[in-house]
Design a protein around this ligand. Structure first.
Ligand SMILES: Cc1ncc(C[n+]2csc(CCOP(=O)(O)OP(=O)(O)O)c2C)c(N)n1
Length: 553
């Protein structure tokens, strides 16, 4: 059948199983939007308040469903508005396909109205991108974009489509999309890796988001059990382990648990799985795991020896590698190592309870107790993000959504909307934010209202840019330069202005009441929690530090 470029885009989306996309219209994508009008019963288009929100929504949708998220934006400012969303997805390996409109091919390179070279701009924050210059390339380029987004290490791909290409016509042949599957390889050094683990007296497992992406939670738990291997994780894997598992040492790195960081320093073998030794974990890459032989298992060969030099490496899908490794491991027990760890645990940081005011760890625990394991928890960036990672308990796999790599303030609301719509509003979605971050994305409340998305936003209002201010307290002699903005925002009124519900809470009792009411709402709710501006995220290791530099007060 002969179709226009715009129709081909819609048809390829359907081929790929896409039923929801996030975007914002404009001149260069008018043909696409006109076509979407005719496909509206099969492709749901969610119009956000801002293209950045749409990009984060596509990301949240992808993280929550495992499918590829799709964002559509017009040329020029529409395209540049999605850049932060793509960079966020890129850093956290999230499969997203971005379709941008552009000026007609004969206007490219002439500083035409709303022209930017989005391919150049996004080159370093996408796995791949292309400008479609001929109608015959449109369907294959789009299909390939979906493959690349899901293949190997997942990530965002951008396809830029000039307006005349969306109007041009060509014969279109439908194809069945096949989702790329992880590939088995010959991992010849697995017996050596197994021997290292079998002979270790102080083994330590450190894992990240790759475990979730390859759905290897079961294999990971099996490994911990069989090798009696204490484990710690990055923020990308927060909530994957049962909090009561005796081998769960908690978060690792800058704001990680004392025990986890000490264990990394004292281990004789470190198995790093689906992770990348980021500077938030290997704060001092030369000293990270100084006493250990390090084995790195990761899908991306370019991560091997990038930040930390390792003794052995296995490049491949984490689940498949672990499935082969497990039968080679002996059933071990390490009573001495476990005793040392138990002693360290006594020094782990525990904040004090206070029933009269809102303390961050209590709020997180109350949220988890009321929303439960199956809720989705989505954060913005700052102290509240770390409190969420530290104190939310054992979540269902993939139910903790956070901008780990880029640290994007403003990620949370869009991502929450994407997660909630992607999962057909089946689970509570709790958006945990700070007052600073929320001022970057609260405009998306209108999207949540329009589409009746029942996201519960908990605003941890310390009236300051808490995380930056904490650094100023610690490293800049408490000179609070531009971190105390003295905003006068009345969250309850603003929520109501958007057509949402708002609550203001100052005590645990008020919070629990508001949260219980919010869980019953059909639309978005904001709950402002007033907390002290001097609350800090502890423990903390300064950049470049080691476990010797852990601060707990
Ligand atoms: C887009 C963006 N701009 C700036 C920063 C730097 N930054 C990191 S945390 C933070 C403060 C966040 O404040 P808030 O959202 O109120 O959270 P809190 O730390 O108080 O919990 C800032 C400014 C960032 N991460 N992202």
């Amino acid at each position: 059948m002969v179709l226009t470029g715009a129709q081909i885009i819609a048809e390829v989306l359907l081929e790929q199983g896409v039923d929801t996309i996030f975007g914002y219209p404009g001149g260069a994508v008018l043909n696409i939007y006109d076509t979407l009008y005719f496909y509206r019963d099969r492709i749901r288009h969610i119009m956000t308040a801002h293209e950045q929100g749409a990009a984060h929504a596509a990301d949240g949708y992808a993280r929550a469903t495992g499918k590829t998220g799709v964002v559509l934006a017009t040329s020029g400012p529409g395209a540049t508005n999605i850049v932060t969303g793509l960079a966020t997805a890129y850093m956290d390996s999230v499969p997203v396909v971005a379709i941008t409109g552009n000026v007609n091919t004969n206007q490219i390179g002439k500083d035409s109205f709303q022209e930017v070279f989005i391919g150049g701009i996004t080159m370093s924050v996408t796995k791949h991108n292309s400008v479609v210059r001929r109608i015959e390339d449109l369907a294959p380029t789009l299909r390939r974009a979906f493959e690349i987004a899901q293949e190997g290490r997942k990530g965002p791909v951008l396809v830029d489509v000039p307006k005349n290409i969306t109007a041009a016509t060509i014969e279109f042949e439908p194809k069945y999309a096949v989702k790329p599957q992880p590939k088995k390889k010959e991992w010849t050094n697995l017996p050596e890796v197994a021997e290292l683990i079998n002979n270790s007296r102080r083994p330590f497992l450190y894992f990240g988001g790759g475990v979730r992406l390859s759905e290897a939670e079961h294999e990971l738990e099996e490994l911990m059990k069989r090798a009696d291997m204490p484990a710690a994780y990055t923020i990308m894997a927060a909530g994957l382990l049962d909090a009561d598992d005796p081998n769960n040492l908690g978060l690792l790195g800058m704001h990680g648990c004392v025990t986890a960081n000490l264990a990394a320093s004292e281990a004789d073998v470190i198995l790093a799985v689906g992770t990348r030794f980021s500077d938030r974990v290997a704060l001092n890459p030369k000293k990270f795991g100084a006493q250990a032989r390090i084995v790195h298992i990761d899908i991306d060969a370019s991560e091997i020896n990038k930040n930390v030099k390792v003794y052995q490496s296995v490049v491949g899908d984490v689940k498949l590698v672990l499935q082969e490794l497990l039968p080679m491991l002996k059933k071990m027990s390490h009573p001495e190592w476990q005793k040392t760890i138990a002693d360290w645990r006594k020094h782990d940081y525990t904040p004090e309870e206070d029933p009269t005011r809102l303390r961050p760890h209590q709020v997180m625990r109350d949220i988890f107790a009321m929303a439960g394991k199956d809720a989705y928890y989505v954060t913005d960036v700052g102290q509240h993000q770390m409190w969420a990672a530290q104190y939310l308990d054992h979540m269902a796999p993939g139910h903790f959504l956070t901008s780990g790599g880029l640290g994007t303030m403003g990620y949370g609301y869009g991502a929450s909307i994407g997660a909630c719509l992607g999962t057909e509003k089946k689970y509570p979605v709790v958006h945990i934010t700070g007052d600073g971050s929320f001022h970057m994305n609260m405009n998306e409340a209108c999207t949540a209202v329009s589409y009746e998305v029942p996201v519960i936003t908990v605003i941890m209002n310390n009236a300051v840019l808490g995380m930056v201010r904490q650094w100023q307290t610690t490293f800049y002699d408490s000179r609070y330069s531009s971190t105390e903005p003295e905003r006068k925002t009345n969250y309850v009124k603003v929520a109501e202005g958007f057509g949402a519900k708002g609550y203001h809470c100052e005590t645990p009792e008020e919070f629990r009441e508001a949260f219980a009411a919010a869980l019953k709402e059909k639309g978005p709710v904001w709950i402002e929690c007033v907390i002290d501006r001097n609350e800090r995220v502890l423990p903390m290791i300064p950049p470049g530090g080691t476990s010797e530099d852990i601060m707990i007060d």
